[in-house]
Write a protein of this length. Structure first.
Length: 273
């Protein structure tokens, strides 16, 4: 089991930030805005999935997971609140979140189904965010031109995603979840996550007036396929999920631990589980 610390990030998101806050880069700003737009609905779904999975465990197994589940819920609830504040600024800038409502409609279709399905979806999404988080922490130089409070928000979120990447996965296995459905849900999540992310990114670029600029898509190509690009660096860890004996702990989280240890001045500890 993993000891999870719930932290309160010491940043102020009440003050407006630039429209292209990601060091003036239109594509990266649009993509990270899209990610943030998905988080409030997504994080609530993850919380509900893990809570429901925990309740479905036999009573004799629940003590094994209780502290970790409480820590997971605390971390995800904090992420949801922080990104809600960030998204309020995006609303003021005229961006429209179409991803959140679309995701909420999909979530509603899962009501009343076997809790292992929601856990498998959550585990797949948590793997996505964990490998993205490790990439972000490795590529923190990309945030050099970003306001410190915004850089802190993204790196803190990344570090905590690496911390709790195994929780939903372990609950899925404890409830007898099988490899075949884990793989099927990862394929589905990969399709919908990629499609929704790019759809919302394009929406954001349209509203920013940068959709049809060559520089936007040249930057996108570098972001995904450059030497340290997201797709090139994360394909291997993504593919590893399909191995029968895969476990999230096989992929290291050392950068997350180092970042949290080095930046204790940016947060206070609320609780530890």
């Amino acid at each position: 089991m993993t000891d999870l610390v719930v932290r309160r990030l010491l940043i102020d998101l009440s003050e407006a930030f630039p429209r292209r806050w990601f060091a003036g880069d239109a594509f990266q700003t649009a993509l990270f805005n899209a990610l943030s737009m998905s988080f409030p609905v997504g994080e609530q779904f993850f919380i509900d999935s893990v809570r429901n999975g925990f309740k479905a465990l036999p009573p004799e197994q629940q003590p094994r997971f209780q502290d970790e589940v409480q820590g997971f819920v605390g971390q995800e609830a904090t992420h949801r609140r922080i990104h809600g504040l960030f998204n309020e600024q995006l609303d003021r800038q005229g961006f429209v979140n179409a991803w959140g409502p679309r995701a909420a409609r999909r979530v509603a279709r899962l009501q009343g189904t076997d809790p292992r399905h929601a856990l498998a979806i959550t585990a797949a999404n948590e793997h996505f965010t964990a490998i993205f988080a490790e990439w972000m922490l490795a590529q923190h130089a990309r945030l050099a031109g970003v306001q410190p409070r915004l850089a802190a928000m993204w790196l803190w979120h990344s570090a905590e995603e690496s911390e709790h990447k195994s929780t939903a996965f372990d609950l899925y296995l404890a409830l007898g979840g099988n490899h075949a459905w884990r793989v099927r849900w990862m394929l589905a999540v990969t399709f919908f996550f990629t499609f929704d992310l790019m759809r919302q990114t394009v929406n954001n670029l349209w509203r920013d007036g940068a959709l049809f600029r060559w520089s936007t898509w040249r930057g996108a190509a570098s972001f995904f396929f450059g030497r340290s690009g997201l797709a090139r660096q994360c394909f291997g860890p993504w593919r590893a999920y399909f191995a029968r004996h895969f476990h999230p702990s096989q992929q290291h989280s050392t950068r997350a631990a180092h970042w949290l240890a080095a930046h204790g001045d940016l947060y206070t500890v609320v609780s530890q589980r």
